[in-house]
Design a binder for this molecule. Structure first.
Ligand SMILES: C[S@@+](CC[C@H](N)C(=O)[O-])C[C@H]1O[C@@H](n2cnc3c(N)ncnc32)[C@H](O)[C@@H]1O
Length: 208
């Protein structure tokens, strides 16, 4: 079978950027981070916009994020929570957690977000099932364990998104781990998964 994919030309990318509604707090965070050596860690706006839609589509009551950094994706997802909705953010680095907390507070989301400052594998076992959506964006070698944890924590019909499964298109060990993770997600009996070329590639899974 032969399939073609329309390449995102510079002209198409410019058109997408021109029409994309980026929430003010996210736009300001990108401006603040411009030139920072870790700027590349911020969730791509195309994925942030998709996450905002998925949070709304799945009810927007309980959201789990693994890997928060300065709060880019948390800002996107908080923008489409339902009234009373809540995000549990898992972040191992205290300095990043402080920056995320400040950014979320400045955007008015302080009450909707809890940042758990510890390695995610220490926090996950204590969380109660019933999440509408989980977003995996932390240390890449632990993605398989995060997927298993999310399969327990996300309700049937909820979704799991994992970022960077293209491994930036590289052929190094980390890229192999990430593509292996995507293959595992596709084969997982507990979920239906597709791989999408959004940003650096994502898996999008719905829990059976
Ligand atoms: C790619 S960044 C996350 C970007 C974030 N989603 C955003 O949009 O701004 C990955 C984050 O995962 C965190 N991290 C790495 N290992 C972790 C672990 N074991 N548990 C929790 N967080 C971890 C890093 O400190 C880093 O802030």
């Amino acid at each position: 079978m032969s399939v073609t994919r329309t390449p995102v030309t510079p002209a198409l990318a410019a058109w997408m950027d021109a029409i994309a509604p980026i929430p003010g707090p996210v736009r300001r965070l990108h401006e603040d981070m411009a030139g920072d050596e870790q700027e590349h860690m911020m969730t791509h706006p195309d994925l942030g916009a998709l996450l905002a839609v998925l949070v709304r589509a799945t009810g927007g009551h309980r959201v789990l994020e693994i890997g928060t950094f300065v709060g880019t994706s948390a800002l996107w997802m908080a923008s489409s929570l339902a009234p009373g909705g809540h995000i549990d953010c898992l972040e191992a680095d205290p300095a990043s957690a402080d920056r995320a907390a400040a950014n979320l507070r400045a955007a008015g989301y302080h009450d909707q977000v809890t940042i758990h400052v510890a390695p995610a594998l220490d926090t996950l076992p204590a969380l109660a099932p019933g999440y509408d959506l989980a977003y995996i964006d932390a240390d890449k070698t632990t993605y398989p364990a995060y997927l298993d944890a999310c399969a327990r924590l996300v309700r049937p019909g909820g979704v799991i998104v994992a970022d960077n499964v293209f491994g930036a298109g590289g052929d190094d060990a980390q890229a192999a781990v990430l593509r292996g993770f995507a293959e595992r997600a596709v084969a997982h009996s507990g979920m239906l998964t597709t791989v999408l070329p959004v940003g650096d590639g994502i898996t999008l899974s719905i829990v059976r």
